[in-house]
Design a protein around this ligand. Sequence first.
Ligand code: ATP
Ligand code: MG
Length: 428
Amino acid sequence: MAEQIQPIRGMNDILPAEVGAWQHLERSVRELVTAYGYEEMRVPILEHTALFKRSIGELTDVVGKEMYSFESQGGESLTLRPEATAGMARAVISNRMLRGQRHKLWCMGPMFRYETPQAGRYRQFHQVNLEAVGFAGPDVDAELIALTARLWRTLGIERVRLQINSLGTPESRRAYRELLVAYFRGHESSLDADSLRRLEGNPLRILDSKNPEMQELVAGAPLLTEHLDQESRDHFDALCGMLRDIGVEYEINPRLVRGLDYYSRTVFEWINESSGAQNAVCSGGRYDGLIAQLGGEPTPGIGFAMGMERIVALLVQAGQLPSPAKPDVYVVLNGERASAEGLALVERLRNELPRRRFEMNLGNGNFKTQFRRADRSAAPLALIVGDDELARGVVGMKPLRQETGQTECPIAQLAQGIEAALASLGCA
Ligand code: ATP
Ligand code: MG
């Protein structure tokens, strides 16, 4: 046997048994975001590396060590998208969608980051992204958060809580940054290697450190919330008021800084209590400077990304899954003529009853084998197409989950006969 080719570490196959949960999530998301007026937009998975460097920031973990970048045949540096906001912002600019217009957009798909794979952290993972561009908020901030809260209710996910914070404007953040650097400089010997590296380039990220030994030092650091400019403070207070009005509970986490450079003002994260360092299920924030930074006309924006693998895991944990699809009718074929004519008969039934699922026995097999397959399919009804029956212009019908006997139905009335039989079996 030839040597097997291994899958890429951290990149998962989603098997048929799990796909039901994914489809359930995708369906729920699509319905909900459409009801909130978001329009789907699809953007490429590959972009110029420069897009991510310029938007996410060179000193972030994502750009610094997690990107899948390579040179194309034409010598361009391209990158598999590690997140969607940059590409969505790029697309809004490239397609001249701005010009004073506002858009509520969403997309869904795979993202790629070279991280250490572990439960809830993969190298190819999937996100749902919402982006509202042209809205200065805070009303849109509150509405986006309301949408996420409603999604958890729709999906039956209970153990998630909301943390919010404001990062202020780049100007107020600059002043705060100096205070922060001064504080950490005073404790330089207690900083771990990552934090030392961040001290110069991106000191706010030290607040986001996942190292338990850094927690005490981080807890003593000056708080960004105490150094906000007045407009950002008003924006944040208004957001908090709206969340209270609609009954969405939140915690203010003054150390929530988020890992990407483009955020300003509102940032938020939904955290699941039970999954350790992989506990963020949905993260987002305002990026008022991003579009200008990418060469578009200055336009405010806010968005978030949900990690679909992490949400699917919560759905599975909560047992909140729709039952897997099963056929309505399993078609058993018995004899030479039946085998020859079976497919045409089933195709005709599929025309007449497009809503019904037919599973025809494939690859022959004796009567017993075929009934075993019919049983395993979990269909409530079997059709028995046999030479003997065909000669008499009928087809046999047998309930598979009840002890009722076999009946016959004229081929000319088969569609009605199947509907009636299924209805009597409770499969309307
Ligand atoms: P984390 O702190 O867990 O690394 P992050 O801040 O890097 O998350 P974002 O870039 O904000 O995450 O991405 C949004 C969401 O995407 C996260 O809240 C999480 O649910 C999910 N996510 C991020 N990275 C991964 C990954 N490697 N595998 C699976 N899901 C991920
Ligand atoms: Mg990360």
